[in-house]
Design a protein around this ligand. Structure first.
Ligand code: URA
Length: 187
């Protein structure tokens, strides 16, 4: 499937009921040849309005971390587990993730990133391992098939103001950037 076909299919998706309540499909955004891909949870209100991932408050905070570690946002690809907003921003249901994950798989297949970084526990539990403990395991790396995977805190958790989490996030993002630059140099 090509990008255009995939995006079209995703935008007209009726596999789960979220397609009926969304304003816009939030397919994903960024560099289609990215070395580094971030995977969040699901669109929030601002993302649903604009059709772009991580543009609300959590997204602005993600942008700050990317800026501090000197990774241009346009160099990476950002997607979510779910492409449509769950009402009132509730956690994605298992069945919704089951229906939606095919789109993410295709995105990964087309991009062929070297690194996938999960933003928060929902994507980490789905993409790394079902019992992933984000507070204990964030910032650790595993090799999965063709790529290296890690998870960091979800920026919306950091918005709630825990200083320790913010320090840990900065350290994790510095390591993301270090590995990213290594890959960049070798290509
Ligand atoms: N939270 C997410 O997980 N994804 C977004 O796109 C926005 C907020």
């Amino acid at each position: 499937m090509t990008w255009e076909e995939l995006e079209q299919k995703c935008k007209s998706c009726t596999l789960c009921p979220l397609g009926l309540t969304k304003t816009n499909t939030v397919f994903g955004a960024g560099n289609k040849n990215a070395i580094l891909m971030f995977v969040g949870e699901a669109p929030g209100e601002s993302e649903d309005k604009m059709g772009i991932p991580f543009v609300g408050r959590a997204g602005k905070l993600l942008d700050k971390y990317l800026e501090v570690v000197e990774i241009p946002r346009e160099d990476v690809y950002i997607a979510n587990m779910l492409k449509c907003r769950p009402p009132k921003n509730r956690d994605p249901e298992e069945s919704e993730q089951d229906q939606c994950i095919g789109y993410l798989r295709e995105q990964v297949r087309l991009i062929k990133p070297k690194m996938i970084v999960c933003l928060g526990r929902i994507s980490a539990m789905r993409l790394i391992k079902p019992d992933y403990k984000i507070t204990k395991e964030h910032g650790t790396w595993v090799k999965k098939g063709e790529f290296e995977m890690s998870a960091v805190y979800h920026p919306s958790l950091l918005l709630r103001g825990n200083v320790k989490y913010k320090e840990e996030m900065l350290a994790d993002m510095k390591e993301v950037a270090r590995r990213y630059r290594q890959y960049k140099q070798s290509t």
